[in-house]
Design a protein. Structure first.
Length: 218
């Protein structure tokens, strides 16, 4: 494997990227500007391979453990929302349990997923909030995708993200999260601080894997 080639960062488009880690399947580079860790595009799995991995997921609304897991995002987000606010579950997957949980609380929910709910009309309106649970790590072009997400938010709207975060190089070496071949973008607190400054949004962290960002009211 080529461990040293610097590639353009898929988040900030900077060129100050360098080798961060390698395993037997992939290289991981880190951007010195926005701190995202990413897998080079030529090492991404094909769309068909990606879907075959997603199809193994079995997330259903009757699974109380999965509901508790999603509640780590749902709880903090609900502190900032009032029904009948309109939300988008972006990257909802084959079983949009979070959207169902929020609908049960009186919110109007739309769905979008490039594999399972590829409805372009969902991206033609604005929302009071957007949820993105265990999805940003799948972003192949995070710069474009975050631009899209913030463009879909109403002023003062909220973007709720759930994703595991990079701690440091040593922890990354043994990190199970990187072993999923559909995970190609990895974010740290520093990356979210960069995103907050880039898009001029406020930022809140909850625990180790929940991030809320609020768009300015203008």
């Amino acid at each position: 494997m080529d461990n040293t080639a610097a590639l353009t960062c898929p988040l900030c488009a900077g060129t100050a990227t360098s080798h961060f880690h390698s395993d037997r399947r992939r290289n991981y580079l880190r951007c010195a500007s926005c701190y995202v860790v990413f897998v080079p595009a030529h090492q991404h799995v094909s769309p068909d391979e990606e879907k075959s991995i997603y199809d193994l997921h079995r997330n259903v609304a009757s699974d109380q453990g999965y509901r508790r897991f999603l509640g780590r995002l749902c709880g903090p987000l609900l502190q900032h929302l009032q029904p009948p606010a309109c939300g988008l579950d972006f990257g909802c997957g084959p079983g949009p349990v979070l959207a169902q949980m929020l609908a049960e609380q009186g919110f109007e929910m739309a769905l979008f997923d490039p594999v399972y709910a590829n409805d372009a009309s969902a991206l033609e309106r604005r929302y009071d909030f957007i949820t993105c649970t265990e999805a940003v790590e799948h972003f192949r072009h995070p710069g474009r995708e975050f631009q899209l997400l913030f463009s879909l938010l109403e002023p003062s709207g909220w973007l709720g993200i759930m994703t595991k975060q990079v701690i440091d190089r040593l922890a990354f070496t043994g990190w199970h999260y990187k072993n999923d071949l559909t995970h190609v973008s990895f974010f740290s607190r520093e990356t979210f601080y960069w995103l907050a400054e880039r898009f001029q949004v406020t930022l809140e962290f909850y625990g180790s894997d929940v991030i809320l960002l609020q768009k300015q009211p203008w």
